[in-house]
Design a protein around this ligand. Structure first.
Ligand code: SAH
Length: 252
């Protein structure tokens, strides 16, 4: 009788202890992650604000809309998880498959060169992480972006959708040929370097349109190409280092 009671009482006690421990662990975990989320957001926002001020504005990018887009898009969501804390540093970062997300200043500089007002259709060659595409999505009517590595395109699509952008269309393939079905474009941005400017891209640029593109082998320069009624105007802007353009560009 006593033993039975004891058994029962002990069993109940054991359950109470389990429940208490479970509650403690779950409560503890919940608190940690909630606190982590709370502390993460303002921290990234603060770093992003500093990035815009110190790396971008101070170096001469002053298109207000570009600065606002750079201030808004959460760059840390476009880099691999273990590199998130470096997302706002003044450098490019690896994104897998031997590719990189460009340095924030270069993204801002190239975007400013396109002089977007809001109603443009923009072609991007080299989706990569999707970060540049998100910045463009903030600043124009529609973005068409081509990536040669299917896995990168898939990941970029996920992040962009997750963030709620509906004005970005993706294509997997060699961007050397552009996207003839969607041409002509008001602006073209190329984020992998060919040795010479692909003719199909020039052909797909509207008259009055602008293209920003790194050109060269080991040493590259950023060129701003403007298509005019008379032909094309080429301005050399900055020495840069981009990953080489793959596919047909390698045969040229
Ligand atoms: N704009 C990207 C930077 C990507 S780096 C970003 O914001 O993250 C350049 C990208 O160009 C790489 O992902 C690379 O795979 C891609 N690429 C290289 N050659 C290409 C080609 N011929 N067509 C399309 N994409 C290409």
């Amino acid at each position: 009788m006593w033993e039975e009671m004891g058994e029962k009482g002990g069993g109940t006690m054991k359950w109470l202890v389990y429940l208490f421990l479970l509650g403690f662990i779950a409560g503890g975990c919940g608190k940690v992650s909630r606190e982590k989320m709370k502390s993460e957001q303002p921290q990234y926002e603060k770093w992003r604000h500093r990035m815009v001020e110190e790396q971008i504005h101070r170096r001469g990018v002053d298109d207000e809309r570009v600065l606002q887009a750079m201030e808004k898009v959460p760059r840390h969501l476009f880099v691999p998880e273990h590199l998130r804390d470096q997302a706002y540093a003044d450098e490019p970062l690896p994104i897998g498959y031997g590719q990189t997300i460009s340095q924030p200043y270069i993204v801002a500089y190239m975007t400013e060169q396109l002089a977007l007002k809001g109603d443009e259709r923009v072609l991007e060659i080299g989706t990569g992480s999707g970060y540049q595409a998100a910045i463009l999505a903030e600043l124009c009517d529609s973005v068409f972006t081509i990536e040669i590595v299917p896995e990168l395109s898939k990941r970029a699509q996920e992040v962009i959708r997750e963030l709620g952008y509906t004005n970005v269309q993706f294509r997997v393939g060699d961007g050397y040929q552009g996207w003839p079905e969607k041409a002509p474009f008001d602006a073209i941005i190329v984020t992998a370097a060919p040795r010479s400017i692909p003719q199909p891209l020039i052909d797909q640029l509207k008259v009055g349109g602008r293209m920003i593109i790194p050109v060269g082998d080991f040493y590259q320069d950023l060129y701003l190409i403007t298509r005019t009624k008379q032909g094309i105007r080429k301005e050399r802007k900055l020495p840069v280092r981009f990953v080489p353009m793959k596919g047909k560009a390698e045969e040229m």
